[in-house]
Design a protein around this ligand. Structure first.
Ligand SMILES: Nc1ncnc2c1ncn2[C@@H]1O[C@H](COP(=O)(O)OP(=O)(O)OP(=O)(O)O)[C@@H](O)[C@H]1O
Ligand SMILES: O=P(O)(O)OC[C@H]1O[C@H](OP(=O)(O)OP(=O)(O)O)[C@H](O)[C@@H]1O
Ligand SMILES: O=C(O)c1cccnc1
Ligand SMILES: [Mg+2]
Length: 497
């Protein structure tokens, strides 16, 4: 197991795209490496055609930044890289610079478990250009995936309407770290437990499970298999009833349930893993009730997702617990979130911040310039709107207009004096020092649940959700428009000359 051993014991600083290192070298060479810059990480569209997204992954980012160090083995590898003519790609003086590099950025971020919306930053990184640049790929790698899975999990849990959802994804997850990170994110999104024992050990997630068809098939009869399992785990029996004939399996489960009861034990329930889950769960419920097991739970699994769970709910399926694997941990219907990381300001020689925009033909792709933050306004504990604003901008409590970043004709007037407010980007690192107390995973999960409660149900609809208002504070909107118009003007002048 050399590969996994090396992987988990090495520094992660090279977990970046090659072009980040070549840019870092060129920044250094041109004397710009230490120039201060600001980058923002944000996504442009909710995943799964949904109306909300749950931020996750910050804890990994914190670990990554705290361990941001080029070790001698990393530098040796870089020293061996060659350019086309066979000479070393990176000058020794640059590698010496990297060896001395100490993480010194300011990072402000939305806390894990926060409901977030398109275009508003999840993370803001302020610091020397080289460091900001080197963080792009790992930050995107971490936050894109965990945010995606936490959101998928939240959707599945909303569909389950409070029933426990057990995460069963390990066997179908995207490799080793994909599985671990998915279990963590699924728990943040509201899942009750994971089948992944290592995720249990690493993150303290409750671990749970039933048994497989192989257990049943290894015996001559299903009844023998159930009995043997009940001998081994008299307090943990969820009998898988569909290996041969589902309703006959329910009868066998009832027999063994009665045997357990005669010993003062109670079976937890049954699991159905195939066939029409509405039909079989209702039949099984009736049989269990009639046999005197009204509290026995019915667990369902088999390629479930939020749409099938919703459908089963409307069919009045008698399912109490949902086992969900593949479609959760792979984010089956949308395999990537698509968050991006964009430069929004640089400090010039006079020490002033210069806001930056990347002009694009698509207004959707024009970034938001400057050093900005996000305020969420709440009225009676419901989130009303998010405002993206320049951090040094005074906000008039009597009234502020927010403007949609994509369609400037969409505007909303807010009266901050009447609302409770929360600033979403919180300080995580100041000049490389961690200033944030990391919450426990349970606290993060609670935050996600409370944040979803604060969101109106129209935004949580799985299909065609109502759009939650997110807008630019007026002055930020004007700054952005002026930068775009100026950039276009210059472009025109260049073309003419
Ligand atoms: N009543 C129902 N309404 C909607 N979808 C259902 C219902 N019952 C089962 N499903 C879903 O339909 C799909 C059935 O898939 P498929 O036909 O491949 O399974 P199966 O043949 O029953 O079981 P398997 O092949 O796993 O042994 C699954 O995704 C399952 O979750
Ligand atoms: O369906 P998922 O959401 O991924 O949940 C996990 C599945 O994994 C197990 O069986 P597996 O799929 O390995 O085999 P089976 O479907 O043939 O029983 C389990 O019985 C579930 O069906
Ligand atoms: O414990 C279970 O029932 C389980 C675990 C993983 C995958 N499918 C089912
Ligand atoms: Mg299956």
């Amino acid at each position: 197991m050399k590969i996994t051993k090396d992987l988990y014991q090495s520094s992660l600083v090279l977990l970046t795209d090659f072009y980040q290192l070549t840019m870092a070298y060129a920044y250094w060479k041109s004397g710009k490496g230490e120039q201060e810059a600001v980058f923002n990480l944000f996504f442009r569209k909710h995943p799964f055609e949904g109306g909300f997204t749950i931020a996750a992954g910050l804890d990994y980012v914190i670990d990554f930044c705290r361990n941001f160090k080029f070790e001698s083995a990393d530098l040796e590898y870089l020293a061996e890289m060659k350019s086309q003519d066979g000479s070393p790609l990176f000058e020794p003086a640059f590698l010496a610079y990297l060896s001395q590099l100490q993480f010194s950025c300011d990072i402000d971020a939305v806390e894990e478990g926060t409901v977030v919306f398109p275009n508003a930053p999840l993370i803001r990184v302020k610091g020397p250009l080289i460091q900001c640049q080197l963080l792009e790929t790992p930050l995107l790698n971490i936050l894109n995936f965990q945010t995606l899975i936490a959101t998928k999990a939240a959707r599945i849990n909303l569909a389950a309407q409070g029933d426990p959802v057990l995460e069963f994804g390990l066997r179908r997850a995207q490799g080793i770290d994909g599985a671990l990170a998915a279990s963590r994110a699924a728990y943040i999104g509201g899942c009750a437990s994971t089948s992944n024992v290592m995720a249990g050990k690493l993150f303290g997630i409750p671990v749970s499970g039933t048994h497989a068809h192989s257990w049943i098939m290894s015996f001559d009869t299903e009844l023998e298999a159930f009995k043997a399992y009940a001998e081994a785990f008299p307090d943990q029996c969820v009998f898988l009833v569909d290996t041969y004939d589902t309703l006959h399996g329910v009868k066998n489960a009832i027999k063994v349930g009665e045997m357990l009861r005669s010993k003062g034990k109670e079976m937890i329930g049954i699991r159905i893993d195939s066939g029409d889950l509405a039909y079989f769960s209702s039949q099984a419920r009736q049989m269990l009730d009639e046999a005197g097991f009204p509290d026995a739970k019915i667990v369902a699994s088999n390629d479930l997702d939020e749409q099938i769970i919703s459908s089963l709910k409307t069919q009045d399926a008698a399912i109490n617990v949902w086992g969900v694997g593949t479609k959760l941990v792979t984010a089956f219907d949308q395999p990537a979130l698509g968050a991006v990381y964009k430069l929004s300001a640089v400090k010039n020689e006079n020490g002033d911040w210069e806001p930056k925009v990347k002009v694009s033909q698509q207004s959707l792709k024009i970034n938001i310039p400057g050093l900005h933050n996000v305020k969420r306004y709440y009225s009676q504990d419901k989130a009303v709107a998010d405002m993206i604003y320049l951090e040094d901008q005074e906000i008039d409590p009597r009234g502020v207009v927010i403007i949609d970043p994509i369609d400037p004709t969409r505007r909303k007037r807010l009266m901050p004096a009447f609302y409770k407010e929360e600033i979403l980007l919180k300080p995580i690192f100041k000049q490389g020092e961690k200033v944030y107390d990391r919450p426990s995973l349970t606290q993060i999960r609670d935050r996600a649940s409370k944040q979803l409660e604060a969101l109106d149900k129209t935004h949580k609809r799985l299909v065609n959700p109502h759009l939650y208002p997110v807008g630019l504070e007026e002055n930020l909107h004007h700054l952005r428009m002026n930068l775009v118009l100026n950039a276009k003007k210059f472009e025109g002048e260049h073309e003419e000359s």
